[in-house]
Design a protein around this ligand. Sequence first.
Ligand SMILES: Cc1cc2nc3c(=O)[nH]c(=O)nc-3n(C[C@H](O)[C@H](O)[C@H](O)COP(=O)(O)O)c2cc1C
Length: 323
Amino acid sequence: MDNFWQKLNKPILSMTPMAGITDTAWRQICKMWGADVVFTEFVSADALNYDSKKTLKMLEYHASEQPVVVQIFGRRIDMYPKAAKVVESLGVAGIDINFGCPAKKVAGHGGGICLLRDLDTVKKIVSTTIESVNIPVSVKSRIALNTVQGHPEKGKTTVFDLIETLADLPVASMIIHGRTYETPFTGPVDLENLKKAKLAFKTGTFLINGSFQTIESVAADLKYTQADGIALSRALYGQPWLFKQIRDYLETGTYQEITWPEIKDTAIKHAHLLYQSKGEKGFKEMRKHLLFYVKGRPDASTLRKELVQVENPEQVEKIFKNI
Ligand SMILES: Cc1cc2nc3c(=O)[nH]c(=O)nc-3n(C[C@H](O)[C@H](O)[C@H](O)COP(=O)(O)O)c2cc1C
């Protein structure tokens, strides 16, 4: 098996899977700016079993994105062998399994983070996936799932329980978001436990995730936790060049500020890639990215009014032409 995770230069700079964000256009842009590995949006293991065309469309990728990892979610063990095989047949570099999603439509049905309440199932999902394919399998989860209010019997499960559960399986990588189920997207990450989890996880690379602050703080967090890498998420909105800036800072102690021509060039490229992959109908999704690209400019509010109406990349070029 080609375990690409082991061949990546450390620290590994990755992005995380993000529903509605990490499509092929965004992944290509992240790759262009130096991401070492990219993730698809999560897709349902059940949908892959039913050969959902919509799901397979979400997994289309360009060769330049490699290594590409497809993230799958679902709570039924029997869905994973076929789902994993379908993913492998696409020629991607790896499979990631979601044990972290707190969203109602996933966790509310016992999937995502709520699977941690049933570690036997977690183990079976991971082992059956590993047995089904010849590409590396990673998992993404959170630091903890605390006692559910009003249901003390459901108890607390931590990343350490997860690591122990998977200890005898060749899990190629673990990406841990340093927040809990209860505070899903706000507040600081638990660096102390991320550091301990890095030490406890023995079978593969360990990536920290959550609450990016500054380029300097990423370097400090990597140093403190001794993690093999970091996976960025919302911080990348409108600034995919963070990969290059972080790499430069880690290697030389300094980095260049991004210039407007570079931002403009990235935004236009992004718009073309998105149009190529999703066509006119899907192009509306570009608008949210464009608003992030112009954030902080003195003329941002005027630009926003125009950018929320764009229908194609040519209109984006026209708006940006004279600025
Ligand atoms: C819009 C959105 C979609 C997300 N989709 C996924 C997903 O599909 N799979 C996943 O593992 N995490 C998903 N996440 C969680 C992120 O990957 C990441 O763990 C989280 O945002 C914390 O990192 P941050 O504080 O740097 O943003 C999503 C987060 C957001 C905001």
